[in-house]
Design a binder for this molecule. Structure first.
Ligand code: TYD
Length: 226
């Protein structure tokens, strides 16, 4: 189904804590493969050896004392490595790339959360992404208190909250508003998924959006056989 010579598509999953992105990223890749589409699953921060090293440092909270600008630059550095080593090679090979968090997390967490100047974040996004843009961004939306409660019930929660889970409810409410504002500003790229529903319904909603926005378009753009 990946037409020979065609570039792949980048699909990003975004949203606050406990919205179910990781579960649905796995399910989406499985479904794409069932359709015969070559797809890889990756994540940020991380997704390449260098970026995984930065992930550990960033999520440990050791960089928080440097301030939000330096933290944002480190997320950007991890993203550059991830794009160069993982995302671009897969897209060039015609594969779909499903990425659990990407550049909108920097806009939301470091922007709304860290209250950074949007001009600084736009400049950082320009240098880290170059001309790369997600073909589709799914924004998983869930009330902040519910997302935090779900995150607290994950097995990994036993180790205690990470750098951002540890922020207060007001921070997470600002985040939710920031993600919804991104979706409203770029409706062609983004689709909001109501993630407060049962898992099966959310998975169906994800498949419907991917099918209507990407797969139908790819089908239409196929050069007809002469
Ligand atoms: P992760 O355990 O992957 O969180 P989740 O399961 O909620 O996706 O940790 C990623 C954390 O890093 C998450 O709290 C969001 C934060 N983050 C940023 O602050 N900026 C970024 O650019 C990215 C990619 C993530």
């Amino acid at each position: 189904m990946n037409p020979p010579g065609a570039r792949g598509c980048l699909i990003t999953l975004e949203g606050g804590e406990g919205a179910g992105k990781s579960t649905h990223a796995i399910r989406l890749v499985r479904w794409l493969r069932q359709l015969g589409i070559k797809a890889i699953l990756t994540r940020e921060p991380g997704g390449s050896p260098g970026a995984e090293v930065l992930r550990r440092v960033l999520l440990s909270g050791q960089m928080a004392s440097l301030g939000p600008a330096a933290e944002a630059i480190l997320f950007g550095a991890a993203r550059v490595d991830h794009i160069d080593r993982t995302v671009e090679p897969a897209l060039s090979a015609g594969k779909f790339v499903v990425c659990d968090r990407f550049s909108d997390s920097t806009r939301a967490y470091q922007g709304a959360g860290g209250r950074l100047d949007p001009r600084f974040l736009r400049a950082l996004e320009r240098v880290t992404l170059g001309s790369l843009r997600p073909a589709l961004t799914l924004i998983f939306d869930v009330p902040a208190a519910e997302g935090l409660a779900r995150a607290g019930r994950r097995p990994s929660a036993a180790a205690g909250p990470d750098r951002f889970e540890a922020e207060d409810l007001e921070f997470h409410e600002r985040l939710r508003a920031a993600f919804l504002a991104i979706a409203a500003a770029e409706p062609g790229r983004c689709a909001v998924i109501n993630a407060a529903r049962p898992e099966e319904e959310v998975a169906q909603a994800v498949r419907d959006v991917v099918a209507s926005r990407l797969l139908a378009k790819a089908e239409r753009e196929k050069v007809p056989n002469a």
